[in-house]
Design a protein around this ligand. Structure first.
Ligand SMILES: Nc1ncnc2c1ncn2[C@@H]1O[C@H](COP(=O)(O)OP(=O)(O)O)[C@@H](O)[C@H]1O
Ligand SMILES: [Mg+2]
Length: 293
């Protein structure tokens, strides 16, 4: 059984002022195994952040089922959600001041999630030291985030996200503000922590090079999963051929295929010996009307 199981997940944002309904997630189906490090890649506005917010218990789904371990997020009360956030998930956002408090040292920052759980000071300090050493910041523990470089700040944020020993780590474009060398470094810490702590990690990115360094890559387009692949053999995003077929029979073809094909509204589906063939009916040449004379 997968660790995370998502079925028919919908999220529709509705603003009270304008009454406009924005569908952000439109029937997501996803399975994630325990200890897996997966990336979610997709264009801007495709619903990546919304999916993370739902998984982080920071927003409620409009419909669908989400099971993580043995809990059902879609059935949570407000109080369940707050307990879940405090105990079970760690988050790392693109913008550093969402991860860390600027006025205090990174050691104190890493202690905060443990304080909220009532962990005694001695234990907090010990664990904070260990985590900061795992992200190679042991010599900087008394520095404030403003005294660190961009990459170091995100590493401190990573230590903070793991402080309360969550079982799920969610990261939204954590390398978005970093140059490619520093981004690569942060990812190596991610991989190391994923392996040594056995934590399940989901990272959102729009950078294919970043996504390639995870175990599995999930593509999302217009609020739906459009493809997935093991990343080890991928060279370019176009190598992601495996597309997702959901339990209703919906299939989403990769965008590049849609762009190269002359896509019509209807396709023909034929069962062949070698598989299923999707084809398009040739457009009939238009009859030219003979003008009456
Ligand atoms: N709070 C909100 N209210 C209304 N619409 C929103 C809100 N947050 C996101 N959206 C819309 O939902 C869609 C998905 O957004 P988002 O999850 O942020 O995508 P991504 O992270 O892939 O860029 C977009 O059309 C966006 O404009
Ligand atoms: Mg986003």
């Amino acid at each position: 059984m997968s660790f995370i199981e998502i079925r028919d997940l919908m999220k529709i944002y509705q603003t009270k002022e304008t009454n406009v309904r924005v569908p952000a997630l439109r029937g997501i189906e996803l399975d994630v195994n325990e200890g897996e490090f997966i990336s979610i890649i997709g264009p801007s506005g495709s619903g990546k952040t919304t999916l993370l917010l739902v998984l982080a218990g920071m927003t409620t789904p409009s419909a669908g089922q989400i099971r993580i371990g043995d809990v059902r997020l879609d059935q949570f009360s407000e109080e369940d959600r707050s307990m879940y956030r405090r105990h079970k998930v760690g988050t790392l956002w693109q913008i550093p001041n969402r991860n860390l408090i600027w006025e205090i040292s990174i050691l104190e920052n890493v202690e905060i999630p443990m304080r909220l759980l009532g962990i005694p000071r001695e234990e907090r300090v010990k664990r904070a030291h260990e985590l900061l050493s795992e992200v190679s910041l042991d010599h900087r523990i008394h520095h404030k985030p403003s005294q660190l470089s961009g990459g170091e700040v995100q590493r401190a944020g990573l230590a903070c996200a793991l402080a309360h020993q969550p079982y799920l780590l969610l990261a939204d474009e954590p390398t978005g503000e970093l140059d490619s060398k520093t981004a690569g470094e942060l990812l190596r810490y991610f991989q190391h922590l994923n392996e040594t702590h056995g934590i399940t990690a989901i990272m959102v990115t729009h950078d294919f090079d970043v996504a390639k360094s995870t175990d599995k890559l999930i593509q999302i387009v217009d609020g739906r999963i459009s493809g997935f692949s093991r990343t080890q053999d991928l060279k370019t995003i176009r190598d992601v051929h495996k597309v997702y077929l959901d339990s209703y029979g919906n299939i989403q073809l990769p965008r590049y295929l849609l762009e190269t094909l002359e896509v019509q509204k209807e396709v023909l589906v034929e069962e062949k010996d070698e598989g299923i063939l999707l084809s398009q009916e040739k457009e009939k040449p238009k009859k030219t009307k003979n003008k009456k004379t």
